[in-house]
Design a protein around this ligand. Structure first.
Ligand code: M6R
Length: 364
């Protein structure tokens, strides 16, 4: 059941501190401050490339993972949505591996992409919430997200637990390739260990996010901006908002604004800027100022330092916990979920069963 919640989606958002903790426990040894993965069919030290394929929100988890794996593990990553990948006949390196990500394990395009990769001689790793699924049976190893059943069509806790598993994979890959030392692994592991408590703090912003969502619900178009790992979070915010509230939303890489979408900016288009304090913060800050200069109304998701620096330029700001930038995308996923949820409730849509959508897309 939904417990005290009006919708499964809200119940599942609220479960995130707990299920992120459950998932971490399966992959992280808190005493040794080390990642522990099950035996893999590939040698992470030796692969030349990882190809990540998925659909929708699972694809956006893979997008964050690409940034992580390239940055901390120095592993080249190829990323595509499954419906394109399955038909594009990409050459795949013999010493590469493929990673598929799926909540349901039944998504038709992701399964077809997996079969293509296998036919190309690739070993397949799968990050799945339902290991006893079709994709689970076809894969060489399953890394299990312990989100529990996800009922709402909008993926929430499946996404953040996918990010946890992918973070663990990125750290293990970095270690195997000698790209990080034991001390950095310990720091990253500690940052991950703190995510459940920080996620619970983020949930405390629910009432304020609801107020902001009431304003967003009156708009026809919304833009989400971010850089680095905040870019896929911006895309995820836009996906969530359109899927459940039917408001047109787009996610954009903040630096790409001036190549077109800035023409859309006026005071009717709220711009949600996802910007934790990290090495790209100042770059995003100048994009935010460009939006402001054109009369855009900014909703700013940042931390204490970011808000001290830029909060005045925003119509509204949400202060998220200060964390290692590595784990920020896991936490910043939560306010974009809550914003979409409250906007959808305000619009009176069928939040858990939005029109035209199915929980698992088993046809192409
Ligand atoms: O079950 P899967 O993770 O393979 O599903 C993939 C997408 O269909 C899914 O994430 C979809 O985009 C969600 N409804 C987004 O909230």
């Amino acid at each position: 059941g939904k417990g005290n919640h009006a919708h499964f989606m809200m119940k599942e958002i609220a479960e995130q501190p707990a299920v992120i903790g459950d998932t971490l426990q399966a992959f992280l040894n808190p005493l040794k401050r080390q990642i522990e993965l099950p035996p893999l069919p590939i040698d992470l030290a030796k692969i030349s490339q990882l190809t990540i394929v998925a659909c929708g929100t699972a694809y956006l988890a893979g997008f964050v993972a690409k940034y992580w794996l390239e940055r901390i593990a120095r592993l080249p990553v190829e990323l595509d949505i499954a419906s394109e990948f399955r038909y594009r006949e990409a050459p795949m390196p013999k010493d590469g591996a493929t990673l598929v990500i799926s909540q349901s394990g039944e998504t038709a395009d992701t399964l077809a992409a997996l079969k293509y990769a296998k036919a190309q001689g690739q070993k397949v790793l799968a990050v799945l919430n339902v290991p006893e699924s079709t994709i689970g049976r076809e894969s060489d190893v399953v890394l299990h997200t312990l989100a529990g059943p996800e009922i709402g069509v909008a993926s929430t806790k499946a996404f953040t637990t996918q990010l946890v598993v992918l973070a663990a994979l990125a750290i293990a890959t970095a270690r195997a390739r000698g790209a990080i030392d034991a001390q950095r692994e310990a720091e990253l592991s500690t940052a991950l260990t703190e995510v459940p408590a920080r996620a619970a703090e983020v949930l405390n912003h629910d009432a304020r996010l609801k107020e902001i969502a009431l304003k967003v619900a009156e708009c026809r178009d919304v833009l989400f901006l971010g850089r680095g790992t905040s870019y896929p979070i911006a895309l995820e915010g836009a996906l969530k908002l359109k899927e459940i509230s039917y408001i047109h939303a787009e996610g954009y890489a903040a630096g790409e604004m001036k190549h077109g979408p800035i023409a859309l900016i006026d005071d009717n288009v709220p711009v949600i800027v996802v910007a934790p304090s990290d090495d790209l913060f100042e770059k995003t800050a100048s994009n935010l100022q460009e939006v402001r200069a054109r009369g855009g109304r900014v909703i700013f998701f940042s931390d204490k330092a970011g808000i001290a620096r830029l909060g005045d330029a925003a119509m509204a700001a949400i202060e998220l916990p200060t964390v290692d930038p590595f784990v920020a995308p896991i936490l910043y996923a939560i306010p974009v979920q809550l914003l979409a949820y409250h906007a959808a409730v305000a619009k009176g849509t069928d939040v858990d069963q939005p029109r035209n959508l199915a929980k698992s897309v088993t046809v192409e």
